[in-house]
Design a protein around this ligand. Sequence first.
Ligand code: CMP
Length: 153
Amino acid sequence: MERTFVMFKPDCLERGLVGRILTRFEEKGLRLVAMKMLRVTPALAKQHYAEHVEKPFYAGLEEFITASPVVATIFEGPEVVRVVREMLGATSGLKAAAGTIRGDYSSSRQMNLVHASDSPESAAREIGIYFKADEIQSWDPSLACWYQAPGEA
Ligand code: CMP
């Protein structure tokens, strides 16, 4: 079973879209195993977005991501890293396909509502930045047997 880090960004909270987007992941059958609200500091932003710190858009990204609270989550499921990235759509809301989360709700490259890990390795790194081991729940929802056949998970 794979895990991915999913963060509802400040624009998502400011626009009151957390519940609506969280519902899409729940309805898909992804298992929520951790969730907390926090404020990203400039230092945390530099750690999370280390690969973007030298990019021209980084200053704007840091200003945006620290502007309001975020909701950090971990979802679990088979191939969940790829599944969530496909549900989000392309980075820019202007390019994301209709029917994806960004395609339906974002019209910005920067304000794209939700961050999700791009690989299992990134997921492990990002989960380690935002969560302690005892903040993550291992649990088996009663209805899991109605989301995947035996042997699929
Ligand atoms: P995310 O998936 O969180 O990863 C890096 C973030 O940087 C991205 O979503 C956007 O919020 C932002 N970003 C990526 N490319 C650009 C860009 N060209 N201009 C502004 N912001 C960007």
